[in-house]
Design a protein around this ligand. Structure first.
Ligand SMILES: *Cc1c(COP(=O)(O)O)cnc(C)c1O
Length: 440
């Protein structure tokens, strides 16, 4: 039976929330939902406009960039125009046997921007799928080279690589969301979590342990898969770029491929275009996503070297057997290309540096709070780590009451603001992070 409320638009906020709770899954949520989401009516610049005030606020400064993707803010004229222009030409065509300018242009932009040696681009529809494709590339490379037994992965603990099956198998096996699946996932090789601290020197004992682990498992390892410099959804931790050099050398010495997952760190977030640049390391396969489209549409990519591509193409199945229906979607590719133009058309490193300074100053008071274990900032990432699980409801209330949108998780309250966030808004966000850490 059609619901009469659905024929009549708009829905009231109350109706919308009732239907949402009854029918709509939210990320990592129960069904029916227990926490009431805020209804967003529109978004512009760095502000989300709510359908109804929450804790006295109708507009919220976005401290999350919509899960780290909306780096240029919302309703951006150049990005809007890119989507509109492409929409008038075609919103989608299949990518098998056909191609188009937005995808070709984007691929070339990514090759030019990414670390040296990455020459070939597979466009995927989400970050998790790009990691699946990266893993498939590595396994198939070794299969083609007559080494099918090289099909395990190695990573370090504390990581996050997505929610589909292969990515889950290299997520942190303990603290993360995926320990539930321990018995069902491929069993990968785990090194301990990299020692904390971006500025810290490389811990030689740890480096030796990692080298030994790669060497010991070399015969069964297809690849090492890690997030460079920043472990994001696994706990917002920073480590020395030196460990990427350790991994690169260990992989080269033992004949193992290196996959860097820059889905969170890519496109300037850590102060360099890619976090791997802090170490001057180039991977065999690179995953990008999140900020790729400026937060407009879902798209990610796996880039690989000619060695990997040729290896696959010389095998008994000389093709990469992967092809999503919406691969290379023209709307997403067009807005991604425009987003990279906008990024490169400004002194983005100066903007990220400006936000970094603002966050450093604004988060400093959190060090004095009881229950705060650490305060850390790198590029446009600011983190307050507590010594206990955050009370998400209390923390969110404190932030929203100050006019800021944050989404804390586990033991952290953090922000990854859009690069266009002005100094006053950065200060508001930092103040809200401190207030949320205090309340939560
Ligand atoms: C978000 C994220 C993913 C997963 O991307 P989705 O687009 O959510 O599938 C993978 N790796 C890292 C490092 C991420 O931050």
């Amino acid at each position: 039976m059609p619901d009469p409320r659905i024929a009549r638009l708009p829905l009231s906020t109350g109706e919308l929330l009732a239907l949402d709770r009854r029918h709509v899954w939210h990320p990592y949520g129960p069904m029916p939902g227990r926490q009431e989401p805020l209804v967003v009516e529109s978004a512009s610049g760095v502000r989300l406009r709510l359908a109804e005030p929450a804790y006295g606020r109708r507009e919220l400064v976005d401290g999350m960039s919509s899960w780290w993707s909306a780096v240029h803010g919302y309703n951006h004229p150049v990005l809007n125009e890119a989507v509109r222009g492409q929409l008038e030409r075609m919103s989608h065509v299949m990518f098998g046997g056909l191609t188009h300018e937005p995808a070709v242009r984007l691929a070339k932009q990514l090759v030019d921007l990414s670390p040296a040696g990455l020459e070939h681009v597979f466009l995927a529809d989400s970050g998790s799928v790009s990691v699946e494709v990266a893993v498939k590339m590595c396994l198939q490379y070794w299969r083609s080279r007559g080494r099918p037994e090289k099909r395990r992965l190695m990573t370090w603990r504390g990581g996050y690589h997505g929610d589909t099956w292969q990515p889950m198998s290299v997520c942190d096996p303990d603290g993360g969301m995926h320990h539930l699946w321990a018995g069902s996932l491929p069993r990968q090789v785990f090194a301990p979590r990299p020692p904390d601290g971006f500025e810290e020197p490389v811990d030689e004992a740890y480096a030796r342990e990692v080298r030994e682990l790669v060497a010991r498992h070399a015969d069964e390892l297809a690849a090492v898969v890690v997030e460079p410099v920043v472990q994001g959804a696994g706990g917002m931790r920073f480590h020395s770029p030196g460990y990427l050099k350790v991994l690169r050398e260990a992989c080269d010495a033992s004949g193992v491929l290196l996959v860097l997952d820059e889905i969170a760190t890519g496109f300037g977030r850590t102060g360099r275009m890619f976090a791997a640049e802090h170490a001057d390391v180039a991977p065999d396969v690179l995953c990008v996503g999140k900020a790729l489209t400026g937060g407009y549409l879902t798209m990610a990519a796996a880039l690989c070297t000619s060695r990997v591509a040729e290896g696959i193409s010389e095998g008994e199945v000389p093709v990469l057997a992967h092809g999503p229906t919406f691969m290379g979607n023209p709307l997403a590719a067009a807005v991604a290309g425009a987003s990279l133009d906008v990024l490169l058309g400004q002194d983005w490193a100066a903007e990220v540096g400006r936000i970094e300074s603002g966050l450093r100053a604004g988060l400093e008071p959190a060090r004095q709070l009881p229950g705060v274990r650490d305060v850390r900032v790198l590029g446009a990432i600011g983190v307050v780590e507590l010594d206990h699980e955050v009370d998400v409801a209390a923390a969110t209330r404190a932030a929203v009451g100050r006019g800021v949108w944050l989404r804390p998780f586990r033991d952290t309250v953090y922000t990854m603001p859009p690069y266009v966030t002005g100094d006053e808004d950065v200060a508001s966000i930092a103040g809200a992070v401190v207030a949320a850490a205090s309340a939560g």
